[in-house]
Design a protein around this ligand. Sequence first.
Ligand code: SAM
Length: 286
Amino acid sequence: MSKNFTGTMESITRLLKTNDFFIKKKFGQNFITDQNVLKGIVDAADIEDCDVIEIGPGLGSLTVHILEKAHSLVSYEIDNDLIPILTDLFKDYDNFTLVNQDILSVNIDEEIKSHFDGKHKICLVANLPYYITTPIILKLLSETDKIRSYTMMMQEEVADRICSKPSVKDYNSLSVCIQYRAHASKVLRISRNIFIPRPNVDSAVIRLDLYDESPYKTKYEEYFFKLIRDAFCQRRKTLVNNLKQTGYDKERVLAFLHENNFNDAVRSEQLSVQDFVKLTEFLQEA
Ligand code: SAM
């Protein structure tokens, strides 16, 4: 197969048949078959001459497009049954490494050190398994700053949450945690009809670019991330009530709101990332 493999609907269907492969729902397996979408993802990732990490190569339809552009690619696949198929498909590519491991269990900085030479920008490109989208992103963002950009397909609802701005319906703790570290933008909307099997929801591709010079900085990061979780713990409650309930000093929170011209009944979704950084500093330096 090797370099003749293109990832089209026909080649994916042929692969499924010839390998007796059964699609596993438990691993979030929905394979993309549309060539324009695959090229669109790789174009959005802008990976010319980059070292790339892919999560979940599946049957290799995105992998083949990444390999054509990247300097090198390391793909992490949890499903043992896919390993012989992928190994055979990409045996002619000497810039490809396949790792049969759960991405959530790897030490990402160790992996980066062992696979890449440190001379190329490191990017992540993936059609993520939807059942663990958020844990994957939060793990990687909190454990390494070596991956400078992330281009990822996910359920559209999650993409909207990640990219949302304050006072918009989707804005929540995930938006704040991720935008603290990276600039987030939605780059493509993808119909559910281009997957085998067809999922119940539409998808979107987002891009995260780590800040070179972060506009947000606090030395109390652990406290900041806990504060975000607590501030958004009950959506219908005010910021003050959420924080009071989770053990913060109500009078100090009110003092911060007054000093920064917020109403006592302000909701967490009305505060920007910068406001949460300021609140962190205010409460920690009381
Ligand atoms: N990249 C392929 C595509 O676009 O057609 C497949 C994408 S499919 C949505 C998700 C892939 O992630 C599957 O191949 C699945 O087996 C793999 N996967 C699921 N959980 C994983 C994990 N924890 N670590 C690594 N790979 C995982």
